[in-house]
Ligand binder design. Structure first.
Ligand code: PGA
Length: 246
């Protein structure tokens, strides 16, 4: 069952998600969060940093696991999701570095690293809240549309569109974007106690409508959220405009 919340602007949607997360962390300081990267969550992180500076959220006991990381990139690579998280959140709030987790993109054996990452999530007690974006093709994490999807953390091959979508951090050249990533699987995401998906902008309207109101199919990985008992999708008006009723 997906609950849909629509804000008039992208900024409003991002602020609402940030405020919700801040309140959850204030209530339960030891929360375990899954965190996304991409263009969409940037204003959400900006709002979280603002709330932290205002003394309205203390991250010191929270634990974070990012959804994914590119295979082959060291954490210092500016296109890595390690670098993204540092830039947009970790450098500005009081998260304990020992409690912030991303897959090691440059691990010598990516499959082993995926298994280690999955085990680390389980050892932390699983995810309390998974915060997600949605790819233009409906991916969540880097679980790309396919006939079958991995349940657990795995090495995945990126679609051309996903590589294009990440080209900006690689000098605008999709060919420079790694071909593989380590991503949390859909089973791990769906086992989060709460799922919160943020999508903004007109270019997401079509895929949001398919994910929320189309059939549940691995061809639209975000449609699997329809099976989650506590999934909330936060949209701006532009991203909601393909929905038939809400
Ligand atoms: P975007 O990416 O926010 O850059 O559109 C979302 C995603 O791929 O999950």
């Amino acid at each position: 069952m997906i609950q849909t919340v629509i804000h008039s602007t992208a900024r409003g949607a991002a602020d609402a998600v940030a405020l919700f997360l801040a309140e959850c962390i204030q209530e339960a300081p030891g929360l375990v969060l899954a965190l996304p990267t991409g263009r969409t969550p940037v204003p959400m992180y900006r709002a979280l940093v603002r709330l932290h500076r205002q003394g309205r959220v203390d991250f010191s006991n929270a634990t974070t696991f990012n959804l994914d990381e590119f295979v082959g990139l060291p954490p210092e690579h500016p296109g890595s999701y390690h670098a993204f998280m540092k830039r947009h959140l970790f450098a500005h709030v009081n998260l304990d570095p020992a409690r912030t987790h991303l897959p090691c993109g440059d691990a010598p054996r990516p499959k082993q690293e995926a298994a280690r990452y999955g085990a680390a999530i389980a050892a932390a007690g699983g995810l309390d809240i998974a915060v997600l974006g949605i790819g233009a093709n409906g991916h969540i994490g880097f679980n790309e549309p396919a006939d079958a999807l991995p349940a657990g953390t795995n090495v995945v091959t990126l679609c051309r569109g996903s590589r294009l979508g990440n080209a900006a951090a690689f000098g605008g050249r999709a060919s420079q974007v790694p071909r593989q990533a380590i991503s949390m699987g859909v089973g791990t995401i769906l086992s989060a106690r709460h799922v919160l998906l943020l999508a903004t902008g007109a270019d997401k309207a079509g895929i949001v409508a398919r994910a929320l109101q189309g059939p549940v199919t691995t061809r639209v990985p975000a449609s699997l959220l329809q099976l989650h008992p506590r999934a909330v999708v936060v949209l701006d008006r532009a991203a909601a405009r393909g929905l038939t009723s809400y």
